[in-house]
Write a protein that binds this ligand. Sequence first.
Ligand code: ADP
Length: 481
Amino acid sequence: MNQNPNIHFLSAECYPAAKTGGLADVVGALPKYLNKLGASVFVFMPKYDMKWFRDKQYSEEYRSTLQLGRKYYNYVIEQYVGDELGFSLYVIDIPGLFDRDGVYADSKSGYFFQDETERNLAFQIAYLEFVKTWAVLPDVIHNHDHHVGLIPFMMKYCPAYQRLKTIPTVFTIHNQAYQGSFSWSKKDLLPYFDPWKSGELDWADRINPLASSVKCAWKVTTVSPSYMQELKYNSYGLEWLFNSEAYKSVGILNGIDDDVWNPSADEFLDHKFKKNISSFKMANKKQLLEGSQLDVKVPLVAFIGRFASEKGADLLPGIMDTAINAGVPLNFLILGTGDKGVERNIAYLTQKHPSRVVSFISYNESLSHKIYAGADFILMPSRVEPCGLNQMYALRYGTIPIVHNLGGLKDSVLDMGYKNGNGIKFPNLSLHEIGTALGRAAGLYSDAEKLDEVRQNAMAVDYSWTKSAQEYLDIYNSLLS
Ligand code: ADP
């Protein structure tokens, strides 16, 4: 057993370099906490043509050319020179594929890039070509989400990477809805592999990187225990696979990065938390609602997130309209982007009820911090929630989560009906049950004493990474022993 393993993380996102959601938050925080426990983590990610990457200094580590079918791409692997991240970061620069302003989609038009398969493969091949030249190989390679899901297969079955064959691999699923599958007609984009092992790539007659990793990785994790269970009976056709690989699968609840999400020291807040929760909340709420027609005395329910069906964002206009028409004393604030229809409906609702709804159709990191601090409630009507970080950030900032009781929301929020309760849960995703939950929220706000108690319970919950990082370290050590 090696108490100080060398771990390589591979991910398409890493905060603060490039973020579209929780994947970035986890990959930007977990390595730091693993390092504090004695591991050495190196994060590898693509180098995008995005703001964070532009004014940084790097040292060149490797330069080569990779082949994707009949095309060749020159690439350079650089190590970021700054030391503020708390871990080593390598960026893989592949002109023609990653030198774009956006992680998965063009930042201006919002349209998804059409060469996802080629980009993901190039990133993975570039990494494998580089790492196979290292004198001392990593102890464990830890891959995050389908973008790097073919690594375990290639390490096992591509002759080019035989040197890496015995390195244990861990695959973490942050979001199973995205699997990265592509047609077998593109199989020649992969380096030569043992054709007898094709089945390890296949799911439903397509090459499926997520399914392949579940088959080939030494250990599979998801970002909450309940989500791991849910995948066994609801995983877009992969239920059988998750059942058969259950023996090597485990759910570990995500943590939150206290350096970034700390109400007493948050660099995005003008009004930081000192001692009194209600004055902290009110000062931030006033600032948040400045310039809008919303009354600060009315409880504020916020939503932050991708406008995707998993998040239940399509339900928001109906929820808000119904609550307002029914006279429920709540106002709403929405921050998000995504589905254009949802964007339009939310913009329409904002126009229809300008004194009750305010919305920001954008991605705005700094505003999100201000919302966690200034809102009274955060609403999460998710259809699927692998872990969910919003509710954890909300709790940390004394904002009461109103959540559908599933996945990571089930594991991290305790209904206020229970002792030490810190949130409001609804068991089913219906307008009726959400309406009841909103009614409970309005009732709670009108009871100052109870509100203070629930806020205190919320802020007292400890979801720091330390415990979960230890669980990952235990996994690495169990694979090495
Ligand atoms: P996801 O499924 O999108 O990864 P998570 O709850 O795991 O969901 O993580 C969402 C993260 O993205 C949180 O840090 C949240 O604050 C952030 N986020 C989502 N949408 C936006 C937005 N429009 N502006 C700023 N931050 C956002």
